[in-house]
Design a protein around this ligand. Structure first.
Ligand code: ASP
Length: 431
């Protein structure tokens, strides 16, 4: 049975299991929720364990495998241009829908008073304080960590990427035996990391089952109730971006079938959905893009680690919709200037947001501050955050993978999405 079929079945089973579990259910004296949590955490830990060595060796090996310096510069510029462009379009899609559907108004009046602030707002604010992209300077500071080991320990991927880029650039300039040996060692290290990744991925159905069962147990559907219209607006905007805008980009710029790529990426997207972390999903994203969509390892190992950290279409869109919703609910006058400020702040903060669950909340408080609203405003959206986080993370990695296809195609890679993903993967496994 193919991996994505297994994950689908696991998700369906998880919804059933979660629906029959309450927070204090136990089986033979063992907490059921605790068991879901343990299995889910083990899976996420295994993925996180490979992330740091994987992205570092991937970036360095990609830099040394790309031939001329000119090709490298072009690849870098194209990647950044693609990421900025799609995040910007995503924000505009969100802005359009939030203006059309006005989820923060009830019968034309601000919905704030009737929604009430969630009780755990203060706890959440305390938790996210000082984490991630606290302000604009923070984004730049994250680019150059003073201590590379500490950055790795704290999963500060942006700093690690900059270090790996520098390392790769310098290594490719060197000639002589020591440099040659080091290049071979990095290549061997990278191949080994990919094998460990493939091994961990075999457990994806079990991990996804546990993560979803836990979420269903903890987040009953009644959480959505009062926020239904905000929930619908965000989902519609995410769907529009993922199923209309990005497929058009694959079709027009990549000249390939969006549906085939969607099929190829399904295991990674389902994992992103269940884990709500693009960083933890990165090993799977790389595996699917290379083995199922046929993008060369050189392109994907450069484009994807960068994408997982700086390109977050779903997050950027969500930040915009959420900030606009809160502003509407507070009865704020949303002039064009304010909306412009929201768009720009959402674009910049989406680059600095960490690729971990709920990271957007930090960015949203930054936007609220920029437009003059109290940070407590995020209390309005806490109840639905987890489910929307799962959806926006899937969109984040979908956009990264579309970037790998478009950039690979623009570099003249003919093999991308030429064959059915299942067939391609089966052939790769056989050989
Ligand atoms: N969970 C998201 C990610 O990992 C970030 C966020 O929007 O909170 O991509």
């Amino acid at each position: 049975m193919r991996l994505h079929t297994q994950i689908f079945i696991a998700m369906a089973l998880a919804v059933i299991c979660g629906a029959f579990t309450s927070v204090d259910s136990s089986f033979l004296g063992v907490s059921v929720l605790g068991t879901y949590d343990l299995i889910g955490t083990l899976f996420i830990n295994a993925l996180k364990m490979v992330v740091v060595p994987l992205i570092m060796s991937a970036i360095i090996s990609s830099l040394i495998s790309i031939s001329g310096g000119e090709q490298l510069g072009r690849l870098g510029l194209k990647t950044l241009a693609y990421y900025m462009m799609t995040s910007f379009v995503a924000i505009l899609v969100g802005l359009l829908l939030v203006n059309l559907m006005t989820p923060g108004l009830i019968d034309g009046a601000p919905a704030g008073p009737s929604l009430g602030l969630s009780a755990d707002t203060a706890t959440t604010l305390a938790k996210i304080e000082g984490r991630g992209a606290g302000d604009f300077a923070g984004i730049f500071l994250a680019l150059l960590p003073p201590n590379i080991v500490q950055a790795a320990a704290n999963s500060e991927l942006l700093g690690l990427i900059v270090f790996s880029l520098l390392f790769g650039l310098m290594l490719r300039k060197q000639t002589g035996t020591p440099a040659e040996r080091l290049r071979e060692t990095v290549e061997g290290f990278y191949q080994t990391m990919m094998m460990i990744t493939m091994f961990v991925i075999r457990f994806a159905p079990l991990g996804v089952w546990a993560l979803i069962a836990k979420t269903v147990t903890l987040t009953g559907s009644d959480a959505i109730g009062p926020l239904a219209w905000f929930f619908a607006t965000t989902l519609l905007a995410l769907a529009l971006h993922a199923f209309v805008v990005l497929p058009i980009i694959i079709r027009v710029l990549g000249q390939r079938s969006p549906w085939r790529h969607f099929k190829a990426m399904s295991p990674a997207m389902l994992t992103a959905f269940s884990s709500a972390s693009s960083a933890a999903t990165l090993p799977l994203t790389m595996e699917c893009v290379e083995k199922r969509s046929g993008v060369s390892s050189g392109t994907s190992s450069f484009v994807l680690p960068l994408g997982a950290t700086v390109n977050m279409d779903g997050t950027a869109l969500y930040e915009c919709v959420a900030a606009m919703f809160i502003a509407q609910a507070y009865g704020m006058d949303l002039s064009l200037t304010t909306q412009f400020l929201i768009v720009i702040t959402a674009l910049l903060t989406s680059v600095g947001v960490a690729s971990i669950p709920s990271a957007s909340l930090v960015a949203i408080t930054v936007i609220l501050g920029a437009i003059g609203l109290p940070a407590e405003g995020i209390g309005l959206i806490l109840a639905t955050d987890r489910i929307l986080d799962m959806c926006r993370t899937a969109v984040n990695i979908w956009s990264d993978s579309v970037g790998a296809v478009v950039i690979g195609r623009s570099e003249g890679e003919e093999n991308i999405l030429l064959y059915d993903p299942d067939r391609l993967e089966a052939e790769a496994e056989r050989s």
